[in-house]
Design a protein. Structure first.
Length: 265
């Protein structure tokens, strides 16, 4: 037997073994997922090992605001994000032309108004300053909450995105100041009360059930997983959504957040 034949035989045997063991050498598909800190990030850390069992390697990146995750997704720097509700996504798509779509529901964060100075909404004095998010949908959410509780009145037909310019009655003359949503927890020391999204409340170690006014859990504000429109029918999208919406994740949400965050599917 010649040395050349021996080498060819060894190469052939190695190739045959590689074919036989093909699936064992298959690499997991890497997905870059954008989330905001707090519950979204915590939940996706629990999703990650379940996704790995389905061949998805999740690389999770946290963003401290609500603007960059959609920019990054549209630019191809992320494969999916999970941080926003549908009215916010619709507004971003309309204003910025993003080709981003909803592919599955995640969780609901009832937004609330908090105070470190007053124990109840009834104690808030006339003329008090209240901080609210400055983005159209979350700021609008708070205005609708204040109207629902009889605090202010808004123009008819404002939909889900009223602004402070749409206030037609403010009998207690509250001063509403608009801040970046991520900054509202930090404003608590300087204002009578602040409207804070639940994920930012949790991140700031504020108990979401301590809100002095709180949005009802129902409504259009269930959060979602978004992907680029070109990717929406790819197999990994369904796998990612199915893993997120699994019984294991639903149980984790219920046990970890004690009703402050609700499964939305």
């Amino acid at each position: 037997m010649t040395a050349s034949f021996t080498r060819r035989a060894a190469i052939g045997a190695g190739f045959s073994l590689a074919l036989a063991a093909g699936p064992a050498f298959a690499q997991a598909q890497v997905l870059r997922i954008g989330v905001t800190p707090g519950p979204h990030a915590e939940i996706f850390e629990k999703v990650k090992p379940l996704a790995a069992q389905k061949g998805l390697d999740l690389k999770i990146t946290e963003f401290s605001d609500y603007v960059v995750p959609n920019q990054a997704l549209d630019a191809g720097e992320l494969d999916a994000n999970a941080f926003q509700h549908e009215p916010y996504l619709d507004n971003q798509v309309k204003d910025r032309g993003y080709k981003i779509v909803k592919v599955g529901l995640t969780v609901n964060f009832p937004i609330g108004i908090y105070s470190t100075k007053y124990k109840s909404w009834a104690e808030i004095p006339d003329g008090a300053t209240i901080a609210i998010p400055n983005d159209p949908t979350n700021g609008g959410r708070i205005l609708l909450l204040l109207q629902d509780k009889g605090v202010i009145k808004l123009k008819d037909g404002v939909g889900f995105k009223p602004t402070v310019a749409d206030i037609t009655a403010n009998p207690k003359k509250f001063k509403l100041i608009e801040l970046e949503a991520a900054q509202t927890p930090r404003s608590l020391a300087d204002v009578a009360a602040a409207a804070i999204n639940t994920n930012y409340a949790v991140d700031a170690k504020i108990d979401p059930t301590s809100a002095i006014l709180r949005e009802d859990a129902k409504g259009p504000y269930v959060n979602l997983i978004a992907v680029r429109a070109a990717d929406k029918d790819k197999p990994w999208v369904k796998t990612l959504v199915d893993v997120y919406q699994s019984p294991e994740i639903k149980s984790f949400i219920a046990e970890r957040f004690k009703g402050a965050v609700l499964a939305g599917w």
